[in-house]
Write a protein that binds this ligand. Sequence first.
Ligand code: PEP
Ligand code: MN
Length: 365
Amino acid sequence: MEVPQIRNISLDLWLQIKKRPLLISGPCSAESREQLIATGEALANTGLVSVFRAGIWKPRTRSHSFEGHGEKAFSWVKEVKEKTGIPVAVEVARPSHVELCLKHEIDILWIGARSVANPFSIQELAEALAGTNIPVMIKNPVNPDLQLWIGALERINQAGINKLAAIHRGFNTWGKSQYRNPPLWEIPIELKRLFPELPIICDPSHICGNRSMIEKVAQHALDLDMDGLMIESHIKPEKALSDKNQQISPSKLAKIINKLQIKKASSFKKETTENLEELRKQIDLADYKILEALAERMNVVKSIGYLKKNNKITILQIERWNNIIHKREEAGLKLGLNKEFLNELLKLIHKEAINVQKQILNDNS
Ligand code: PEP
Ligand code: MN
């Protein structure tokens, strides 16, 4: 596997403005001078916001939707910055957007989920960004593809940008969900494991698509030790021209942020550290037992594989598989395990068992 490369990540410069968690807020789109300034001033009054966001060009799914005011909106953004002293962030999707943002002294850029899904767009943006070293935040692509997200971070980093952050905004999936873009937390967790120094900011607004779940998702992001939050806010959310259902007023934002519990990644109290270490030893032992049990099971799977091969029996016998699912779920539920978790785990084990037996049946040596 190719080793991902993202070098010399340094967000120091722009994270110096941070309080941890870094809070980025502002409307989905810059709609008018009045809307932008009223929102910016109300956010500044909360004393909680480190970066003001506003979309100037909006990537809309349908062509007749409000697509932003374009260049005209820069003077409004600038006025917010002058009045509040808060640095400003704008989404860029094309090289011309980068040029205009630099010309109008925008402090931070972000690349949206739809652009990140397209390596051609990212490459063009990387070329436009070369030699600037402006901070850039990169949203996850709309599809749940970690390599595509890493690829975009890599391309922008290779253009010499080292003030980088990732924004987790959830993923488009087919079918019904309580979320607009289900978070699939395991993807940002894997990104964090691969690039521990890369700050990850969670965007609960685009994950939820509604106001009511923002607090819960923001708390979960902090519990996963994410470095910041990007939450859309609007002086009159019910009048918003884009993403109306998910924007919140600056006062609601303050209420949510003040309720969030900020936990530490590690505790410095000796007793807590010792307790944690002891419990982790127990986890390590339990994990080894699981591994041994899995290896034992796979060995039996192999023996069955040879038996099936010698007697020309199919790998899959659906009644047996059905029976396993039901019996194991029942047993697991009695032990206090979660039904969906059991189901996923059994399917994974079964998939591997089929792979192992397939190799045995196909081996003609
Ligand atoms: C936005 O931040 O308003 C936006 C368009 O988000 P995304 O790229 O996550 O859809
Ligand atoms: Mn939006």
